[in-house]
Design a binder for this molecule. Sequence first.
Ligand SMILES: [Zn+2]
Length: 393
Amino acid sequence: MQGRFKKIVAGVLGLLILAVIGVRVIAPLMLESSLNRQIFFPDQKVADATRMLHTDMLIMDWHTDTLLWNRNLLDQAERGHADVPRLQSAGFDLMMFTTVTKSPRGQNIGKNTGDSDNITPLVMVQGWPMRTWNSLLERALYQAEKLDHAVMDSGGSLAWVRNKSELTSHLEARQNSAAPHSVGALLGSEGAHPLEGKLENIDLMFEAGYRMMGITHFFDNELAGSLHGVSKAGLTDFGRAAIARFDELEMIIDLAHVSEAAAYEILALSSRAPVVSHTGLKGHCDTARNFSDDLMKAIAAKGGLIAVGFWQEAICTPTPTGIAAAIDYGIKLVGEDHIVIGSDWDGSTESITAPDFPLITQALQKLGYSEASIRKVMGQNSVQFLQRWLPNG
Ligand SMILES: [Zn+2]
């Protein structure tokens, strides 16, 4: 009997261990592979001249959600779109890492409520600390810690860019070193619901390294209506107070996902230029994900940046040529000083991966864009913006 009992216990334990491995290791891996799908272009080769330009020119991306997934930023992965080795090989100098903390079940670009959340089971399955299970603020702070640890472990391949002086040192280090260059890391939040309705949490997020704040993500929150929410409303009183505090702390406001009513209010209220960190242009790709061309013109008139994304709902044709066509439309609409890059890599999108990024430059060259114009869109506009709008320090 005893021997048989031991066998049963061992069997049950074995099954439990297998179940834990299944849930904790295999499930997150399969989930990420199914959500962050890759598109490859094996028949498109990057010409040597384009490759050289990529090594030489400054490149910045305003939006990647890699911190949401259980991957080490410093290790090259087979799945997903971006990590430090892949970014380095494509010539990236600056990356805005953006954090997702809540996303509704059945998420769509038309209409969502904030009643359900897919991120709660994701953080549990991925084994994030329990403090993140029911706090959106803790989810934001945990992702800031992940980035901070990656910077510390990187041996210089990843560096914080939190203020003007860190930006200057990062650019100087680049000039004095051979490729592959270090990737400068900035941190931004997809929506301001991690504030949990408390203004003092803005300061906590700033201290954790956040320098860009979205207002809403896919659902209406304490600050405003979402572009994909129910009310499509403008700012609340709390939203107006938060905008004032973002301005005081010199945090960059990201208008991506906010309702058009709120975006116009922010343009009138804020003393600073905003960014749309990942988007397409409605006149080029008419979906509910994109702002009207008139709003985009108002954003550019305020000195803002419009970061063109790489996925279907933003640009309609998620290929290097399709991305170049969206950039081309944007340049014709608002001028080449206001168009930049905002991939939305690892944001549950189907996209080209970082190693294929130079194919976009090649497509712009084929459209007849000069090296000077390409340099602006790929990084120079972004660097000039950060030189003006990052906090002193
Ligand atoms: Zn987003």
